[in-house]
Design a protein around this ligand. Structure first.
Ligand code: NAP
Length: 161
């Protein structure tokens, strides 16, 4: 299951193999939408957003789920402040789920290995990706703003030469 903020992005998610896709901006009740998409619960939750998406998925964890905390873009304006969403300690007891922070630089020493695998999977058609390219270093601020407003469709790149 993928969660994104526009129907175009959801269409792309389905094209690249996600069995279900939810528009978090349109779902009447995100918790219910996740439950309908994953009736047996979510086994692996790669969390790039925090906020309401985090809360909705945490209420739908499967037994033994693994939660990877990678980003908190929904709280981008709240650097240094606590995340005051819902609390899920009871849910963690029931599901025996584990939560782990992820920082890309911890894995820098395996970057070449990752690139080799990713390139091979891409060559074999097993994975696909999109890039959203702006031209010129002066467009760097615009690129950041596009990320925060969901305007980028694919990895936001600024080409400087
Ligand atoms: N831990 C690490 O090592 C690491 C490294 C790099 C990046 N990150 C984090 O990973 C996340 C993704 O970053 P990325 O650079 O790969 O960019 P990205 O996936 O393209 O993320 C930008 C997208 O986030 C969505 N978004 C914006 N505001 C949102 C909100 N309030 N709630 C939910 N979704 C929202 C928008 O898509 P929609 O149209 O779907 O809203 C936007 O297009 C960010 O949180 C970033 O800080 C973590």
């Amino acid at each position: 299951m993928a969660i994104a903020g526009s129907d175009d992005k959801l269409k792309w998610c389905r094209e690249i193999g996600f069995g279900a896709a939810i528009n978090y901006k349109k779902a009447a009740d995100l918790t219910v939408a996740v439950k309908e998409a994953c009736p047996r619960g979510v086994d692996i939750f790669f969390d790039n957003t925090a906020g309401p998406i985090h809360d909705a998925v945490m209420k739908n964890l499967a037994i033994g789920a693994r939660v990877v905390i990678c980003g908190r873009i929904a709280l981008a304006g709240q650097f240094g402040k606590p995340d005051i969403g819902e609390r899920f300690m009871g849910q963690l007891i029931v599901t025996r789920a584990s939560i782990h922070g992820f920082l890309v630089f911890d894995w820098w020493h395996r970057r070449d290995e990752a690139l080799r695998h990713l390139a091979a999977w891409h060559r074999d058609g097993k994975i696909r990706f999109k890039e959203d390219v702006l031209e010129g270093i002066e467009r760097m601020p615009e690129a950041f703003i596009r990320l925060l407003h969901g305007k980028n469709f694919g990895k936001q790149i600024v080409k400087i030469s």
